[in-house]
Design a protein around this ligand. Sequence first.
Ligand code: TRP
Length: 334
Amino acid sequence: MSKKKIVFSGVQPTGNLHLGNYLGALKNFVSLQEEMNCIYCVVDLHAITTFQNPKDLKKNVLETLASFLATGLNPDKSIIFNQSSVSGHAELAWILNCVSRIGWLNRMTQFKDKAGSDKEKASVGLYIYPNLMAADILLYKATHVPVGADQKQHLELSRDIAQKFNSDFDCKDFFPLPEPLIPKNVSRVMSLRDGNKKMSKSEESDYSRINLKDSADEITKKIKKAKSASDQIPDNLKDLEKKPEALNLMHIYSEISKISLEKVLNEMSGKEYSHLKSKLTDLLIDEITPVGKEINKLLNDKSHLELILKKGKEKANIIAEENLKIIREKVGLI
Ligand code: TRP
């Protein structure tokens, strides 16, 4: 058991998933499920670290699950469930709150970004969010964690926490130190309006992102309006990198077509960006609209989705309780 590769990852249910989630996370999840034991979690407890309208939260959990399934995650191959349904996440998070150090959390850049200028008003949950993330991973003794580049620091913290637990409770190698699996090319899909910002559901303009549920029409309009550059497509990466929006479109094209960026540059150098945009639009419509249709279809059968969550919860809970029993003993809890 201890030598097996176990993958864990989580996605927050905070509304529509977009191309960044798809290329940076979901597609990677799907390919991993063929090779390893995978556990994929809709992390609702992380979502409530900033206020969520309760009705929306419920809806968004099902919608995130539907997006998992529509991109190819298979509940017969992977364990798929929502975080709050397995109480071990919260229990282990408490134990790890007592292992993790304030100084470590104070270094987390995502808290600084998310808390904004008035940190006194951020929830305590937002501050200790990375400890809960460590609990998610360590509860299953996961060895590999597919995440975007923005989660690297949190994963390093999970490793520090695992190491300190192993040393404080004198159980060398009890928690494996989880390795990040960060996609090389597309760890960051950028906003279509600003090539220096990550594509994000919180950016105000919907034109900044391609949502998985966008229609062919919307995709066409968004790519047409996307920022690129006024000159022609260059023949080398160095020049392309000076135009972050153009680079982003090329990256997306390369990733979906599975043609390397160098080859795409070779093919397209000297052409207008409108050429890239029209090819990219066709590719995106082929790739994304079937996913959106499948999400909508799945959302029409809520009881089917709830049953998948229930079965996933049962499987996850068995592993969680098995591990927690030992963890409680190690800590000295009766
Ligand atoms: N913090 C992650 C994000 O926002 C989501 C997450 C929660 C997660 N728990 C996790 C990712 C455990 C990987 C492993 O993207």
